[in-house]
Design a protein around this ligand. Structure first.
Ligand code: CMC
Length: 435
């Protein structure tokens, strides 16, 4: 309840209407306009949700001006340095960091679900080998509902929990299978004595002829990529998952919708697009051509963007980018890649953009994808797989948000309205009379 209100007045003489103002624990207040249409016959108009809170949530908080990101109240900087991804998953899903026993139990449950049904490989075989991994992942994740019909009832909390564990456990296996299929290598089964990140890297890089020895620095970098991408409030893919699940569809279908949304270059596809951009600059002359490229970015008629820069919410340094930047340097040192021309180019481009008034005045800073692409490339992950790895990491956030929505007694099917600007009612003319 609230004792503060906002009053909306109209210039056409209609009576003013009053709405309650609601406060969260932190962040901007919201005006509760749920009764607006009933009271006035008018909708609000907010394409792109620039001023709309679509739900209430206790999971993630972002202060874009400060450059702050909290999962369940904990700063991302602390989680990234003091916890591993399994602890972060437990936190996002259940609201608290696990103690020693809870972590053992949770990790054990995830580990026991890492294998996928053997039929999955036949499903995968239907794809072209050169299919984009995100098209494959959209299909595979959606198909999980056909493999686990025992856990698709969204309204059963126990089934939701099993689906959550299955999805978190199986995403690395599916991403690695999609990769192995694309290069024509045999699938590697999960190894449950390895950590979540190390197991994924082994499924990616080992072959039956040669095992993969996890490198601690690289495994830590992968784990950090997972942690930093685990959730991000009501972004496009999370909102997609919520909207999709609001119809009561099953969790696997809803997460598949999230995967499809994440694919876009303005969202999760940015790390891939960023590497493609660096590759283009490199091919056209490298560091010497940065100035020319920046001129194109600034040209309003060019539609060229500096990929990996800018964010809808962060108008300050993306805190995830700071952590990823640190990891990026660790990985480049570990692999002796600091002098690699592509990585040198990325660092020069970052420096130039950070000093350029166009970016400074628009508060365009590097986002997490700028560095995560570079780290993944250095680790040996093929560029088209970057977004699939983002999907793997974001799965826990999507499920946590989905579960939160379903458990909310106020939850309703999502059904936005519109400002219709099309033709008014007209009559269909017989075909011969249409011109
Ligand atoms: N390069 C050049 N100019 C840019 C960029 C960029 N990357 N991003 C924004 N601008 C300009 C934009 O042209 C506009 O200029 P003006 O005011 O002169 O018209 C101004 O900055 C404000 O931009 P906007 O388009 O209103 O910002 P937005 O909030 O709608 O877009 C964004 C956010 C992330 C889609 C956009 O910054 C972008 O396309 N960045 C590149 C893609 C990218 O890196 N995306 C990953 C986001 S982080 C991962 C995630 O959370 O999914």
């Amino acid at each position: 309840m609230t004792d503060r209100n906002a009053t909306l007045t109209f210039s056409d003489g209609s009576a003013p209407v009053t709405f309650p103002i609601l406060s969260g624990t932190i962040g901007p207040d919201v005006i509760d306009i749920r009764t607006l249409y009933g009271k006035t016959g008018k909708f609000t108009y907010d394409p792109g949700f620039l001023s709309t809170a679509s739900c209430n949530s206790t999971i993630t908080f972002i202060d874009g001006d400060k450059g702050e990101l909290l999962y369940r109240g904990y700063p991302i900087e602390e989680l990234a340095t003091k916890c591993d991804f399994m602890e972060v998953c437990h936190l996002l899903l259940y609201g608290e960091l696990p103690d020693v026993a809870q972590k053992k139990d949770f990790t054990g449950r995830v580990t026991k679900h890492t294998m996928v049904n053997e039929q999955m490989q036949f499903f995968l075989r239907g794809f072209r080998r050169d299919a984009h991994p995100m098209s494959v992942m959209t299909g595979l994740v959606g198909a999980l509902s056909a493999f686990y019909p025992d856990s698709i009832n969204l309204h059963d909390a126990h089934q939701r929990d099993i689906s959550a564990i299955r999805l978190i456990a199986k995403m690395p296996t599916l991403v690695a299978m999609a990769y192995k299929y694309s290069v024509g290598q045999p699938y590697m089964y999960p190894r449950n004595d390895l950590s979540y990140a190390a197991n994924f890297m082994r499924m990616m890089f080992a072959t039956p002829c040669e095992d993969y020895k996890p490198n601690e620095v690289l495994v830590r970098a992968m784990d950090r990529i997972f942690t930093l991408h685990a959730d991000h409030e009501q972004n496009a893919s999370t909102s997609t998952v919520r909207l999709c699940a609001s119809s009561g569809t099953n969790p696997f279908a809803a997460i598949a919708a999230g995967v499809a949304c994440l694919w876009g270059p303005a969202h999760g596809g940015a790390n891939e697009a960023c590497l493609a951009m660096l590759g283009d600059i490199q091919a056209n002359g490298g560091v010497a051509k940065i100035g020319e490229f920046i001129t194109k970015v600034k040209d309003k008629n060019s539609s060229v963007k500096l990929m990996g820069f800018g964010h809808r919410v962060y108008k300050n340094y993306d805190p995830r980018a700071k952590l990823m930047r640190e990891t990026c340097h660790e990985v480049l040192s570990e692999l002796g890649l600091h002098d690699d021309p592509l990585f040198k180019l990325a660092m020069s481009l970052e420096k130039i953009a950070l000093e350029d008034d166009y970016f400074v005045s628009r508060k365009l800073y590097p986002n997490v994808d700028y560095y995560s692409g570079i780290v993944q490339k250095a680790i040996g992950i093929p560029v088209p797989l970057f977004t699939a790895i983002f999907a793997l990491a974001r799965t826990v956030g999507w499920i946590a948000q989905l579960n939160e929505m379903i458990a909310d007694p106020e939850y309703k099917i999502g059904r936005p309205r519109q400002l219709y600007t099309g033709a008014t009612r007209r009559t269909v003319m017989p075909l011969a009379q249409r011109s």
